[in-house]
Design a binder for this molecule. Structure first.
Ligand code: HEM
Length: 429
């Protein structure tokens, strides 16, 4: 049977009368009891975020799913009633930041519809499927780099580089430039909510690099050697009279990098950690890998996403007019944050929601969002998750945590949920 991690009814906050403290370090380590309290007592809850901005947290599955698909909730920060905050909160400083910010997650229809249709033409499930052997190679070569040592930090040596190299290759960033991307991305993930100088420099360098790369690829399009990569695909699509500006291509490349990067790091990190903490389920997972049970492998990765997914809160939404969510009145201009991590543990939707059940069917979790902004990269994320976790536990079958769970630190950002480090040990191979 499933490992009992949280005994039913043992929630330490179950009887508490006032809202639990949110966004503390304890909360970052385990937000689920606080979310259970909110779902029960304050399912649409107004709170002050660490940045000082006030926002509504939506924690029940049904409300969350409805909010994600509600056209009255805009993604455009211009609708925030505190425009200064809306501008500052993107975390991307720099005088021309707006250029990279006009991307899918910050726009509404009809612009969103147009851009999403274009990128969907270039970023097809088929392209992702064809990429599978390359993901396997990347995974193996990363494991090769630490397998003989008998220990590793899986975040920095495995979960972090894999998605960066993968998305760079899909976009068509030449091999010799990929380590620059790795450095810029590292700067952004390490200092996302902290010191700004380095981040601003990294964004600037990346923007300049992307502009030049797009320019070069446009020149090469007519050539024999023109590559069948995503950036070239986007340029081709825009040259067929569909109006994608050079800036929009750059913003698209940028969002593909960033939406697909820290999320996948956390899928691999949180997923490995959850398996290591649930020995019975981990054995089941390893059996699925050994027997090449692809259905169980796939349902396992979905369940890991539901159970402790990479995206704790969906990205910002702003009410464009007064509306009601779960019986609560929301004023025009109010920010709304849909708490995916809370919705995906809602007992009204998932039986035994705090139990990790790798064979769970009827698992329509919100880990990839819902509605028109549903994750564009989900096929790639699934591929990377299955190859990374499967290969890791196949090649290092006695993998174990090399730290007490209490010693591990969670990043504690607002949107994402992930570990800073994941020290492991294993028999050297
Ligand atoms: C959107 C999750 C990996 C590209 C989203 C959203 C979620 C999400 C929750 C919706 C956000 C919202 O509505 O506020 C994840 C998770 C991933 C993952 C959990 C990994 C496990 C990727 C990858 C890529 C990607 C690998 C691309 C290479 C995108 C893009 C959007 C998006 C472009 C915006 C779509 C739109 O606005 O139309 N993702 N993502 N994601 N994701 Fe992912």
């Amino acid at each position: 049977g499933p490992d009992a991690q949280a005994a039913p009814g043992s929630c330490p906050l179950a009887g508490a009368e006032s809202p639990p403290e949110l966004f503390t370090w304890e909360f970052a380590a385990d937000p689920y009891p606080a979310y259970a309290w909110l779902r029960t007592h304050a399912p649409v809850h107004r709170t002050r975020l660490p940045s000082g901005v006030e926002a509504w947290l939506v924690t029940r599955y049904a409300d969350a799913r409805a909010a994600l698909a509600d056209p009255r909730l805009s993604k455009n920060p211009a609708h925030h009633d505190e425009p200064a905050h809306a501008k500052g909160k993107t975390g991307i400083p720099g005088e021309r930041k707006a250029e990279l910010m006009t991307h899918l997650l910050n726009i509404d229809p009809p612009d969103h519809t147009r851009l999403r249709r274009l990128v969907s033409k270039a970023f097809t499930p088929r392209r992702v499927a064809e990429f599978a052997p390359r993901v396997q190679e990347l995974t193996d070569s990363l494991i090769d780099s630490f397998a003989a040592r008998g220990s590793a930090d899986l975040i920095h040596e495995f979960a972090f580089p894999l998605p960066i190299y993968a998305i760079c290759e899909l976009l068509g960033v030449p091999r010799e430039d990929q380590d620059d991307f790795r450095d810029w991305a590292g700067m952004m993930i390490r200092h996302g909510g902290g010191p700004r100088g380095g981040v601003a420099r990294s964004v600037k360098k990346m923007r300049a690099y992307l502009a030049e790369l797009i320019h070069r690829k446009r020149e090469d399009l007519g050539e024999e050697s023109a590559r069948d990569d995503l950036i070239s695909g986007l340029i081709r699509a825009s040259d067929h009279g569909e109006h994608l500006t050079e800036n929009e291509v750059a913003a698209m490349a940028f969002i593909l990098l960033f939406a697909g990067f820290e999320t996948t790091v956390n899928l691999i990190g949180n997923g490995t950690y959850t398996l290591l903490r649930n020995p019975g389920r981990r054995a089941e997972f390893q059996r699925a890998v050994a027997e090449e049970d692809s259905a169980l492998l796939a349902s396992s990765v979905e369940e890991l996403l539901r159970y402790d997914g990479p995206v704790e809160l969906a990205t910002w939404r702003f009410a464009t007019r007064p509306l009601e969510i779960g019986g609560q009145r929301i004023a025009s201009g109010d920010p709304v944050l849909v708490v995916l991590a809370a919705a995906d543990r809602d007992p009204a939707r998932f039986p035994a929601p705090d139990t990790l059940d790798l064979a769970r069917t009827d698992n329509q979790h919100l880990g990839y969002g819902h509605g028109i902004h549903y994750c564009l990269g989900a096929p790639l994320a699934r591929l990377e998750g299955q190859y990374a976790l499967g290969t890791l536990l196949r090649r290092l079958p006695d993998l174990r945590l090399a730290a007490e769970p209490e010693e591990l630190r969670w990043r504690g950002g607002l949107i994402m949920r992930g570990l800073r480090t994941l020290p492991v040990s294993f028999t050297p191979r």
